[in-house]
Design a protein around this ligand. Structure first.
Ligand code: URA
Length: 227
């Protein structure tokens, strides 16, 4: 049954959120899936990478980006010089959506209703992490985090100023001579959208190296922003 958008607990940290999300029934995807696949990475991460949804191997292991797409992502991060310890990896939807086909499970893109149901978990992760840069991997994450009209093909690879969802806008500066960072002020955040690692894997042989290089080059923009 559907119960509307998830309602994450507050003040529980990432581990508390993950524990609560394990019992999420905000949409029907929980039932055929093996488990909730919550985000993973250090709470000190300065960059958060957001994919679409767990795949087959992620559903079985409970960890995001551990299958073929995850291996390609690891290579691309290494190519861009981004340390895994600086990165937290998660997904816009935290259950695997698939259709059974014989013994195989075929990925199905999550619908708007699944993104809506799951968005509070992603927003709660971002509110705890307060990363400096968010990377939307692929159209699903970009549409969920930036705008439904966002097009990866035309708008990828650029850092866009971005407000963390659900946090109040930054206060208007009060004293020009106060250059101490304000602990209570929301962090200035950027978002950058790029291609999904799975899209690189699906690219025909003769164009795959170029697709991989383009992903690395977008991630180099992120690395430069973190430097
Ligand atoms: N694809 C995604 O979008 N996320 C994962 O965790 C794995 C594959």
């Amino acid at each position: 049954g559907r119960t509307g958008p998830a309602q994450p607990p507050t003040g529980v940290g990432l581990d508390g959120l993950a524990a609560a999300a394990a019992g999420c029934r905000a949409c029907e995807l929980w039932e055929p899936a093996t488990q909730t696949v919550f985000g993973s990475g250090p709470p000190t991460a300065r960059v958060v990478l957001v994919g679409e949804q767990p795949g087959d191997q992620e559903d079985r292991t409970g960890e995001p980006f551990v299958g073929p797409a995850g291996r390609l992502l690891d290579q691309a991060l290494a190519g861009a010089g981004i340390e895994r310890s600086d990165a937290y990896v998660t997904n816009a939807v935290k259950h695997f959506r698939f259709t059974p086909k014989g013994k195989r499970r075929i990925h199905q893109t999550p619908g708007a209703e699944h993104l809506r149901a799951c968005a509070p978990w992603l927003h709660a992760e971002l509110a705890v992490l307060r990363p400096e840069v968010v990377v939307a991997l692929g159209a699903t994450a970009a549409k969920a985090l930036i705008a439904p009209s966002f097009r990866i093909t035309t708008d990828r690879g650029r850092l866009l100023p971005w407000a963390l969802p659900g946090l109040p806008p930054p206060p208007v500066a009060q004293e020009a001579d106060d250059d101490e960072p304000d602990e209570a002020a929301p962090a200035q955040t950027w978002i950058l959208a790029t291609t999904h690692p799975s899209a690189v894997l699906r690219t025909p042989d003769d164009a795959r190296d170029a697709a991989f290089d383009a992903l690395v080059s977008d991630l180099q923009v992120v690395a430069a922003a973190l430097a």
